[in-house]
Structure formats: C-alpha cells, structure tokens
Design a protein around this ligand. Structure first.
Ligand SMILES: [Zn+2]
Length: 408
C-alpha cells in the first residue's frame, strides 16, 4: 500500500493479528443476535519515512460513534498524569489567566478541567458525542467535530489562538497525520507551543506490546517518523521527553519552524540518535516481531487451557482495547475466560467485541472468588493489583500476559 504519511511504499508486514471487530464495538444483549463486522488487523512499515501503520482500516465514523465508551476519567493513574501535566506546562510556559489552552480529543474533559481550575481559557475539540457531553457538564466549551485544516481555519478566523495546544494520545488515532499536525499548527498563536504524546514504537517492539495494535490506532510512532509530519506542517520539534504512560510514551514539544521563542534542546538529537541505534531505520528491526507476538499468545493459551483442565477459575480485569486485541488474536472465548470485570458502568452488562466475553461489575470477583485474575491493561497492573489486593485473602494470584506470561 501507499504510506499514509509520505506516499512511499509500505509493503513489509510488521504484524499480522488476523482480524477483529473494532475494539470499542461493545455488544448489547440485542447485538449478540447479530453478526459483527470483522476487519483485517495487519500492520506494515514504510521504508521511506519508517511510519508503522495499519494496512486496512474502517472509516472513522464507524469507529467513533456516539456510543463510544472510553471515558478517560475512569483511570486514576491517568487523572494523576493530567494533574502533573497541567502543573508542568503552567510553570514551564508561564501560563496564566490570559492564556488559552486548546485540547484536541478532549474526551470527557478530565485534563482541561485542571487548566480551567487555574483560571485559563479552555476549549476542547472532541467529535465523540457522549464524552463531549460529559465535558460540557463540567462547564467546558467543546467543539464537537474532528480537527481538520478546515475546522482549524474556521476557529482561527473566529479569533481562537492557542498558547498551549494539547494533542495527547490522539495522533496515533488519525489516518492523515500531516493534515492533523498542520491543523494543530494553524491553531497556535504567537509564541504558542503544541505537545503531542503517543506510545513510543521502541517500547512496543522491545516489550512485545502487540496488544496496543487495534483499528483505532492507525500509526505506531517513533520520533523519526513523527518528525516527517512536523516538518511537512511548517513546524519544528524543540524538545522531547520519555514518559511511563501507556507502557512508555514520548511527549514531543512543537513550535512554528524557525521560531525565535525557544531554541531546540539537545534531547531531540539524542532521541533521534537512540532510535537510529535501536534500528528504527532498518527493516530487520521490524522482522522478528510477529514470531514474538505469537509466542506470547501461545503461552497465554497454554496457561488458560491448563487452568481449565485443572478446574481453576480465571477472570479477566479491564474491558479495554488492549484486551480485545489479545483475546481475539488468541481466539479466547468464554469457555477459557468466563467474564471480564470493569469499573466503568457504561461497559457493564455488555459483551466484548469478537470474543463475546461478558463484562461484569467488580462484585463478581468477591462472589466467584477466582483462582486467578488476568489483568488485561498491563500498563495499569500496579494500580489494579492494589485495588484488588483483597483477592490475596483467598489465595488468588494475578496474571499478566505481556511482555511474557507472569503469574504473581
Ligand atoms: Zn512513509
């Protein structure tokens, strides 16, 4: 296929995870009576700009409908991350009551409300109706559309000019990265800064995080690949930091190219060098990933089959996209994993797409006293284990499948 970023040839297969329904297409009871739409889940790499990207993808309207159930405020570690981000940005860029913060993909307003509390003007851009409505209920202004160059021009003509533009955990979700980054650039005022956070490709590869691959993620980014979109948008990267979120992310700081406001930090060259050393610009870097993903899948299946044979009950925890990729790739069904617990009431009483494992409230853990709790969002494993510490009372253990099977 043609690379979605540079138009080059993107033919080498990085991962082939079979096929699955969109990972947020949770099923209602009525939905169980209908067939689901499954899409191939293959990821290729462009050998010109080194963007790792999904090969086949559903249309955005199909993936982000108004029932989209992800509310960022349900993860307490994410809320802490938002609070710390606000603190850092306000201090570093001297933001005050005269400053404007624009957040793209503002979700339920969890992050923006921290800026609003400090008296800054806040505007969210969020196309998903249910989460945008939740943000409005917090008193935030939300534009209910996808960010495009056209929307950015309309907002900018209307007088919107961002001192800080936040685009955290969204760039991987847009098919046209260059168009998206350009739109972000058009919303920046004089001296404005944009930050982009995304899971780092280096962690995906080194920790075999294949379950972060799903249809809603169009790209898996290194700084090397992302810099193409930044430069093509007339912008420049002036700083980069590594973060622990989502199993290892980058926070990339961007400003208009040639801006006199800030010089480019040495962190940028250092990160590009580290990626080059790791092999991001060599095809052999991507070649072994599929076999590693299959080994992880096989190990999980052996564990679940053995538990079933020996009469031990395994329950899942965390009905999120990661789990759906893993369970559908592995072909796990309710005979091996009878239910998955989730704290989000919007998901309880529904079924996971593809695997059709029922989603239940946490009370079921106490009622059924499982022998093992399989934590699907491994990036939140400490938080979940602390929250469910009571399962140790009856001798249960926790299980994580990635980067390799661990029972603890
Ligand atoms: Zn490319």
């Amino acid at each position: 296929m043609k690379c979605r970023q540079c138009g080059g040839s993107a033919e080498s297969v990085f991962a082939d995870l079979g096929s699955s329904p969109p990972s947020n297409a949770y099923l209602s009871r009525a939905g169980l009576m209908s067939p689901e739409r499954w899409f191939p889940l293959r990821v290729v790499v462009c050998e010109s700009c080194w963007l790792v990207q999904t090969e086949d993808y559903a249309t955005a309207s199909e993936l982000f409908d108004s029932d989209y159930a992800y509310f960022s405020g349900f993860s307490s570690s994410w809320v802490d991350h938002c609070a710390a981000y606000t603190e850092t940005m306000v201090d570093r860029f001297r933001l005050d009551g005269d400053s404007t913060v624009v957040e793209v993909a503002s979700n339920d307003g969890t992050l923006l409300s921290f800026f609003a509390e400090r008296g800054l003007s806040c505007i969210g851009i969020e196309p998903t109706a249910s989460t945008a409505e939740a943000a409005r209920e917090l008193g935030l202004d939300v534009v209910g559309e996808f960010l495009t160059v056209d929307l950015a021009d309309r907002l900018s003509t209307g007088g919107l000019s961002a001192d800080l533009l936040v685009a955290n955990n969204v760039v991987a979700h847009v098919p046209d990265i260059v168009g998206f980054v350009s739109a972000c650039g058009r919303l920046l005022g004089d001296g404005g800064v944009a930050t982009f956070e995304f899971p780092h490709l280096l962690q995906l590869v080194s920790e075999c995080q294949f379950d972060t691959i799903y249809h809603e993620h169009f790209s898996y980014l290194s700084l090397t690949a992302f810099e193409h979109a930044v430069v093509a948008s007339g912008l420049e990267v002036f700083d980069v930091e590594e973060l622990a979120t989502h199993g290892g992310s980058l926070r990339v700081f961007v400003q208009p190219a040639g801006s006199c406001d800030r010089s480019v930090e040495s962190t940028v060259g250092a990160m590009l060098h580290m990626e080059e050393e790791a092999g991001v610009q060599r095809s052999d870097y991507y070649a072994g990933f599929q076999a590693e993903a299959e080994a992880v899948k096989d190990e999980l299946l052996r564990f679940l089959l053995k538990a079933k044979t020996e009469g031990r009950l395994v329950l899942g925890y965390g009905a999120a996209a990661k789990g759906n990729t893993l369970l559908n790739f592995a072909g796990v069904r309710p005979d091996l994993l009878p239910m998955v617990v989730d704290r989000n009431p919007a998901k309880q009483g529904k079924w996971l797409p593809g695997s059709r494992v029922p989603i239940v409230a946490e009370d079921e853990i106490d009622r059924l006293r499982p022998d093992h709790v399989l934590i699907l969002p491994w990036n939140l494993r400490s938080e979940v284990a602390e929250q469910l510490a009571y399962v140790r009372n009856w001798g249960a253990t926790f299980v994580t499948a990635i980067p390799g099977l661990e029972v603890w």
